[in-house]
Design a binder for this molecule. Structure first.
Ligand SMILES: Cc1cc2nc3c(=O)[nH]c(=O)nc-3n(C[C@H](O)[C@H](O)[C@H](O)COP(=O)(O)O)c2cc1C
Length: 200
């Protein structure tokens, strides 16, 4: 690749990273990633800093059938646990995990054997980086995505339905699909608010 082409590619990558935006889950629709594209997204998710190869994360692919089961559980839990649930709210929660063609549930499975060497904190961080890689890969391929937790990520019954013990943490659900409308720019925290020089 000649120098000009390389500069062009690098500029595109930087511009992509600079402008990446989530698209809210309610605005994600078909088409979703093909099998090959999803494999690429997962592969890039796995290309994540992981101190001492702990592999402290699990990914579940949730397609329409699973999303419907999850939605039914959300609706039941909301109806049972909210103080004054309306029919509209119950149906909102039923539909909530069913908007995008693909939902990924990402969970933290700390590597107990390596915990003496790699603290839990570092293992948890690796999963956060994995989620971001998945967002970037989804956007790079041309889809849109959003990382959501909301109350279901912390609910024991949701963990149970997904096959996890109650002490397993869910990083969140990453919704992936095609945007029905482009997202508006969002105000970002300014570098000068968080940046300092340290000279010792
Ligand atoms: C761990 C985690 C959980 C999140 N959960 C939610 C959520 O429950 N609801 C929500 O509106 N945004 C949530 N967000 C924020 C969105 O993923 C995203 O940052 C927001 O839509 C703005 O998008 P952008 O900054 O990527 O453009 C969460 C982010 C993280 C890192």
């Amino acid at each position: 690749m000649d120098k000009n082409m390389l500069d062009d590619v690098q500029n595109q990558i930087i511009e992509f990273l600079r402008s990446r935006r989530s698209v809210v889950a309610a605005n994600l629709t078909d088409p979703g990633p093909t099998e090959d594209e999803l494999n690429t997204i997962i592969e890039i998710g796995l290309r994540v800093p992981d101190h001492s190869r702990c592999g402290p994360w699990r990914i579940q692919i949730i397609r329409k059938e699973g999303q419907a089961k999850l939605g039914d559980l959300y609706a039941d839990l909301f109806a049972k646990e909210d103080e004054d649930p309306t029919e509209e709210q119950i149906e909102y929660w039923r539909a909530r995990p069913q908007t995008a063609p693909i939902v990924l549930a990402i969970t933290c499975y700390p590597n107990e054997e390596k915990m003496h060497k790699i603290p839990l904190w570092e293992q948890i961080l690796s999963g956060g980086a994995m989620c971001q890689n998945i967002l970037n890969a989804s956007h790079a391929i041309g889809y849109s995505a959003q990382w959501l937790s909301e109350w279901p990520a912390y609910h024991t019954e949701v963990k149970k339905l997904l096959g996890h013990a109650e002490d397993i943490e869910i990083y969140g659900f990453i919704f992936i699909g095609t945007a029905t409308e482009p997202p508006k720019e969002r105000k970002r925290i300014a570098a000068e608010d968080i940046l300092s020089e340290w000279h010792g």
